[in-house]
Design a protein around this ligand. Sequence first.
Ligand code: SF4
Length: 247
Amino acid sequence: MKFALEEKIALLETLYSHLERAQGSFSFACEKGCNLCCTNRVFTTSIEARYVFEALKQEDFSLFENQQFYSPKLTHNQTLWLYSQGEEPPAEIFYELERCPLLTREGLCSVYERRPLMCRIMVSSKKCSYDSPAEPPNEVYLMGLLALQIAENVDIGGLYGNLFHLLSLWRDFYLGNLEEIPSHVLPTFYFEELPLLPAEKKLRNWVGSLYRTELNPGVTFKDLLEKLREDFKKSQSLIFLQDIFST
Ligand code: SF4
């Protein structure tokens, strides 16, 4: 039963468009061709990477094939969970950032319509420069964090890591060359509790309207998310690819 792939992508597309609609009521200084935030440090879930993968051609892999990419030590939700326990996550080691290999010569994103959430939430109220990073409005920033948490929950039983590691993983999978899950990607971590304060009414409403969005008649975003979770719990296997693609 190839249940998870299509359902996860439907949830992801709904999350992306819900976020885009909400961001549309703010004004940003971002414009076509500004790309200071486009680096090779893009962390995603495996299902987001799969969504980008569909937009790539075989030759596009040569853009990043032999490069080194930084891997996260923890997933987004593992970090949130640690904070919720009053603990600090281990310090990340930051390497020199390079330009994102998916930028065209003209400085445009070659997968713009399919870009991951981490790129979608990178917006700024003022023009950025090398000395002055992006500054999103607080509400937009918090909405982005919630979206990242929900996106990781959507990819239950999946993987988390650097976009470019995950793209190579999908390529190897479809070529039949994937023998094991590489150690530089992490399993996703389901963390349901959203860090929302009672006073954060707009954000609560935003999440509420996302969860109530119908993907199919009578089936809401939340229904489908819960179904994926139940299916995952029932599954005897915790092996990512087997869990997603087993028949
Ligand atoms: S995927 Fe696109 S939007 Fe994201 S960092 Fe790369 S070029 Fe920028």
